[in-house]
Write a protein of this length. Structure first.
Lengths: 385, 330, 502
């Protein structure tokens, strides 16, 4: 009797698995059936083997850093569009959160076992995938970096990267701060007795993109502040960027949250909001914005008459909450990359590389958006929900 | 009585059978699942979970639980890497540091549970947070890297622990020797030593064990410390497989270890379990994860199915216990 | 005596591999107490589970007030008026008496509980049963006997209760509490309720029951009128053989025997200045009522609890016992009254349980020697006749008597010279009891010294060479067996401090 029960259990588990597998296979099937290469006479659409039947179709895994943010969904859209346009098959996946290095490594290893023609990769840690990259180089599998890419690769497997220049993009926010009349006035009026604080909230000090943005913003901001208070600009908060001066009139404070979770970012934001003389805040990615908004009652504190109505806030990336804050005028504005382009270019370059063509780095650009231009056609395309 | 013996035999074949069935299933359905590369992937993602699970098997059999496994493992890996890269310790010393970190947190857990009489759930919840914070404090929230295979200093790290060109095989998964080696050690300790016998006795009836003249408190501290050492080792295996260790992570990893133990048939109420069950439980999870990933099912699916397997395994366990009890009463 | 209200006839029940009940029979009249007796495993519980709907019968018939009925489940039984009071109390300690009685069917006013009505109904019920218990008292503040009565009151609160089954209601009660219970049962009888009374205590049957039904090996043996039979006859029917009974008339210990254990001025929270001596080859009985501090004294002796003051000497040498480990090393083994809670690791095998205190001796430098363990366990299985398929069998599948023997084996193998038996025959059936007695006598003859705590006076009088009586934590008397009687022991056992002062 027990045996029967066991068999039933295994059988039902197996059935569920194969159901799920078919579901997964179907997805691959529909995305692959749109391009011209789909009309194979063999008609073997029932088999869910992606590269087994028709050997001509190129299979490219696209390994992102996460699924957590809507940003990655926009990248996926771009990647899917490129795959459809170019008639290749892709598999887009990423770990649940951007700290799960082990999950991403396993994911990449599992895809490598399928002998892909090329791979697009946004590595959480280059060191963690070093052996895999070496294997790619050896097997002649070109790797295209995207988003933060694969920094400091030494294997030669990474042929090119499709990415935003993060430092330049974040500097854009600092420049916009320099154009804000109220903020400039405050900076001019600042004294050592009553210093002005400009904050920067970042989710971590690990990932290259966030670090790049932090550096880009801090450096540019310091440069602008020096114009008004020469020699009295102090950079504080995190040892990595610390540049303290005695009796500063303008303090640029970098807050790094303890973990990447929203609650941790909120804690960091709350601590920053407590700083006396806080005049402006820059949040270096969507996660930082989400945590920051949580600390200011979902943005209502920034509105007319709110506790922080005078605070000048700039964000980075997009997402529904951030877009709302910008549209309402709670935010001064935000910088956006072009995630759709990142995904599109990554796949496009991977296909080129797979076909043996030469590829080179692409800057996928950044834009400033605020309440006025957020609904412009050009911008609306870039800012994902 | 005969019926009873039969049931126990069923239990012995159940887990291995499930493992084989899963492997065959994925080999048939999957895309190139039945290959050396995939097999290596399965092994390599099993190492660190295996070590964690070996350690916590002891704790669970005593009727306790350790929620700090994941974060202590990360803390051990972080501090090991920190002493190597930032403080320039010799690699071998850094490895010892990792094991020591595990042992110290294990000892701390043991003292809190045995001497201060804190419920294991609470005590280890505390060390879970403490170890995570401690790792972040020491490393100033900077991620730390262990040496990769090509590095001049400590390049042997990966060759010794994860893969090397051996027996004419390129990239032979040497980690499997460590896993099996320590599995044998753990199994011998659990099933063949006085220590192991006391672990079962404490889990089965702590008061009876105490009244039998066993110093339950000290043995419990030893159990948690031993588990801590295994967690330290799992930190090393994790580092060997994934190189970069991020501060503030490790939450949730403990569930990988605990799940392996539970699937392997160890009872959460203590008093019964086997080390070989744990090993198989760990492999079942790895095969499941790798297999689902091979089917291009994304991470959420893997989590979902692992949950299903855990519930299934525990349900079967309950069924077995019920059946055994029914026979006993009549 | 009233009409027959319940008749179970030809009941059959099969479990996988076991024919648990074969032609079982039971008949209950209104207003009588029918004893149901039999050794453990005789099928009493199974039969009662069928009657209360927990199991379904595989054959036979149940006639209730002249009509054949089927009982579909516990609720069905309850609604038909068949209720059971289990051996283990099923009360929620933190709730009040009223809350316990009406749990699951609380009177309510709209959305809210009607506490007042609930308490009023409870008080009515309790006073109708002549019980002096406050409805608002938390269960944990009541004595075990009172809790037992609350259980019974709860069973009777289902208004139409006609048959009440009481499964060993007296196990946890002291002599005076049992008297209360019996008074209560007699009152209940008068209201016309038929009572099925299950007990292992033979002396109780004479006092309270009208008829006795005996079961053996799942089969019906006979039903007799209590007044017309002797206890010996009942026991013979139960075990199917004659039990050898002989009360001890004089001590077997020579007066000059070596003093093996000497306790002086043992004191803790529940123990007040207790001193006594134990000789080689002696069985020293400890008598007293529940809560007299006997178990607490023994827990001090074996290091389970910390003593505030007092000394313990083993063979004339003082030993500092601070933990069970010290006691075991001094050769003192404790057999708790609650084997399952304190004596055995139920999930381990017979062999592992036997070896537990002596693993040091049974281990090599690294590993335990399973061969040695099995050899040792097998030796004791043979020596003290433990009935088990193999020494690898899990201890939980053994009967109570055999479990007790494993506890004995474990201390014998540890070379303990002093064995403390705390209620050694509690919950053990008659046949196994006499085996345990034989074993204890045999051990004493071999030169072991035994302390035996028992609440059953006949047992104490039969086994002991000397009896120490305790009351409220103090030793109130010491009697040589030649001068000990039930009455004298009871006098000492109820000798309260106040009376003594006067």
């Amino acid at each position: 009797m027990n045996k029967k029960r066991l068999f039933a259990a295994i059988l039902s588990a197996a059935m569920m698995l194969s159901l799920a597998a078919c579901g997964g296979g179907d997805k691959g099937g529909t995305s692959g059936s749109q391009p011209s290469g789909g009309s194979q006479p063999s008609g073997g659409s029932s088999t869910s083997q992606p590269s087994g039947g028709d050997g001509e179709k190129i299979f490219i895994p696209v390994m992102a850093k996460g699924f957590q943010h809507q940003f990655w969904q926009a990248v996926k859209q771009g990647a899917d569009a490129a795959a459809a346009d170019l008639g290749v098959e892709i598999y887009f996946d990423g770990p649940g959160s951007e700290t799960e290095i082990d999950k991403q490594v396993n994911m990449v290893k599992d895809q490598m076992a399928k002998n892909p023609k090329a791979m697009a990769l946004a590595a959480l840690s280059t060191d963690a995938v070093k052996e895999i990259l070496a294997e790619c180089a050896e097997k002649n599998i070109p790797v295209i970096g995207f988003d933060s890419g694969v920094p400091d690769d030494t294997s030669g497997a990474v042929k090119a990267t499709a990415a935003t220049n993060n430092e330049a993009a974040a500097a854009l926010a600092a420049e916009k701060f320099g154009e804000h009349e109220g903020l400039v006035a405050k900076m001019q009026a600042a004294t050592s007795a009553e210093p002005v604080v400009i904050g920067c909230i970042s989710q971590d000090a690990v990932s290259a993109s966030v670090t790049g943005r932090t550096i880009g913003f801090v450096n540019k901001m310091a440069e602008i502040a020096e114009k008004y208070q020469p020699g009295k600009v102090s950079i504080e908060g995190h040892t990595l960027w610390e540049k303290k001066v005695a009796d500063p009139a303008i303090i640029i404070r970098v807050e790094i949250s303890a973990t990447t979770e929203a609650t941790a970012v909120q804690t960091a934001a709350t601590s920053l909001l407590g700083a006396k003389g806080l005049a402006a805040v820059f949040c270096s990615n969507e996660g930082a914005v989400t945590g920051f908004l949580a600390a200011v009652s979902d943005g209502e504190d920034l509105a007319e008459g709110g506790r922080y109505a005078d605070l000048v806030v700039a964000g980075f990336d997009a997402g529904a909450a951030q877009k709302n804050a910008v549209r309402q005028g709670w935010f001064y504005g935000s910088v956006t990359q072009d995630p759709y382009q990142i995904g599109y270019k990554a796949v496009e370059m991977a296909v080129k590389a797979a076909n043996g063509e030469a590829v080179s780095d692409v800057d996928t650009g950044a834009q400033w958006y605020n309440a006025e231009n957020i609904d412009d056609e050009m911008i609306a395309l870039l800012v994902y929900d | 009585m005969k019926l009873n013996e039969k049931k126990i035999d069923m239990q012995k074949v159940l887990a291995p059978a499930a493992l084989v069935i899963l492997y065959v299933f994925f080999s048939v359905v999957g895309d190139g699942f039945l290959s050396m590369t995939v097999f290596k992937n399965i092994l390599e993602s099993s190492y660190y979970i295996g070590f964690m699970a070996f350690g916590v098997t002891f704790i669970i059999i005593t009727g306790g639980i350790d929620l700090s496994l994941g974060t202590v493992m990360m803390c051990a890996a972080l501090l090991g890497a920190y002493t190597f890269k930032q403080l320039h310790f010799p690699l071998i010393v850094s490895l010892l540091v990792a094991v020591l970190v595990g042992a110290v947190f294990g000892f701390l857990n043991g003292v809190m549970v045995a001497k201060l009489k804190l419920p294991p759930f609470i005590a280890t919840l505390g060390t879970m947070m403490m170890s995570q914070g401690f790792g972040s404090i020491i490393t100033k929230v900077q991620s730390q890297t262990w040496p990769t295979a090509t590095e001049p200093v400590g390049g042997w790290f990966k060759k010794v622990f994860i893969r090397a060109d051996l027996f004419g095989v390129k990239g032979f998964p040497v980690g499997v020797f460590w896993l099996i080696g320590f599995f044998v050690i753990a199994a011998l300790i659990l099933h063949k030593t006085k220590f192991g016998r006391y672990v079962f006795a404490i889990g089965s009836n702590e008061e009876a064990a105490r009244l039998s003249g066993i110093n339950v408190d000290n043995w419990k501290i030893a159990v948690y410390t031993l588990s801590g050492i295994f967690v330290g080792l799992s930190g090393i295996m994790y580092a060997a497989a994934y190189t970069t260790i991020t501060p503030g992570t490790g939450n949730g990893q403990e569930m990988n270890g605990i799940t392996g133990v539970v699937i392997g048939g160890t009872s959460m109420s203590g008093g019964s379990g086997t080390m070989v069950g744990t090993l198989i439980g760990v492999f079942i999870m790895s095969v499941l994860k790798t297999g689902l990933s091979n089917l291009n099912l994304q991470a959420p699916w893997q989590t979902f199915f692992t949950g299903l397997v855990v519930i299934g395994a525990v349900l079967l366990d309950i069924q077995r216990t019920k059946a055994a009890n029914r026979v006993k009463k009549s | 005596m009233g009409e027959v209200i319940l008749k179970m006839d030809g009941i059959q029940k099969y479990f996988p591999g076991v024919h648990a009940l074969d032609n079982a029979h039971l008949e209950v009249r209104a207003g009588e107490v029918m004893a149901l007796v039999g050794e453990n495993g005789a099928g009493k519980s199974t039969l009662m589970k069928i009657l209360t709907g927990i199991y379904q019968k595989d054959g036979g018939s149940i006639e209730y007030f002249g009509q054949e009925i089927e009982i579909h489940g516990p609720r069905d039984a309850q609604s038909k008026g068949i209720c059971i009071v289990h051996q283990e109390l099923n009360l929620m300690q933190d709730l009040t008496v009223a809350e316990n009685i009406f749990i699951g069917r609380e009177p309510s006013k709209g959305l809210f509980l009607n506490q007042g009505e609930q308490n009023r109904m409870t008080e009515e019920l309790l006073s109708s049963l002549h019980l002096n218990i406050n409805a608002r008292t938390q269960i944990k503040r009541l004595t075990v006997a009172k809790q037992q009565m609350v259980e019974i009151a709860k069973a009777l609160s289902y208004q139409n209760t006609k048959v009440l089954i009481m499964d060993e209601p007296s196990t946890a009660l002291t002599a005076s509490e049992i008297e209360d219970l019996f008074t209560f049962i007699r009152q209940l009888k008068a209201t016309g309720v038929g009572i099925v009374y299950i007990s292992h205590r033979m002396d109780e049957l004479k006092q309270i029951t009208d008829r006795i039904t005996v079961m053996r090996d799942g089969q019906y043996v006979d039903t007799v009128n209590t007044a017309d039979t002797t206890i010996d006859q009942v026991v013979q029917m139960m075990v199917g053989r004659v039990i050898y009974e002989e009360p001890k008339s004089h001590s077997n210990v020579p007066p000059d025997a070596e003093v093996v254990l000497e306790a002086e001025g043992l004191t803790s929270l529940d123990v007040k200045n207790v001193s006594f001596k134990l000789h080689k080859g002696e069985i020293l009985g400890f008598a007293g009522l529940m809560g007299a501090g006997r178990t607490e004294t023994m827990r001090l002796l074996c290091g389970a609890d910390k003593r505030d003051s007092g000394t313990i000497k083993v063979r004339g040498k003082e030993v500092n016992i601070r933990s069970p480990k010290d006691a075991v090393n001094a050769g003192i083994g404790y057999l708790s009254e609650d084997r399952k809670l304190f004596g055995l690791c139920l999930g381990l095998s017979v062999a592992d349980n036997t070896a537990l205190p002596s693993l040091d001796k049974l281990s090599g430098p690294l590993f335990v020697d399973d061969g040695k363990i099995h050899k040792a366990a097998t030796e004791y299985v043979d020596k003290i006749r433990i009935k088990t398929p193999t020494v690898k069998t899990l201890i939980r599948s053994l009967s109570g008597g055999n479990q007790q023997k494993v506890v004995i084996a474990k201390w014998l193998h540890r070379d303990c010279d002093v064995l403390i038996f705390d209620e050694p025959t509690k919950g053990i059936d008659v046949g196994a009891k006499s085996e345990i007695y034989k074993l204890m006598n045999q051990l004493a003859a071999e030169g072991k010294s035994i302390i035996m705590i028992s609440s059953e006076l006949p047992e104490l009088l039969r086994m002991s060479d000397r009896v120490v009586v305790m009351c409220e934590g103090r030793v109130t008397g010491e009697l040589d067996i030649s001068e000990a009687t039930q009455e004298r022991i009871m006098t000492f056992a109820t000798k309260r401090e106040l009376e003594e002062a006067v």
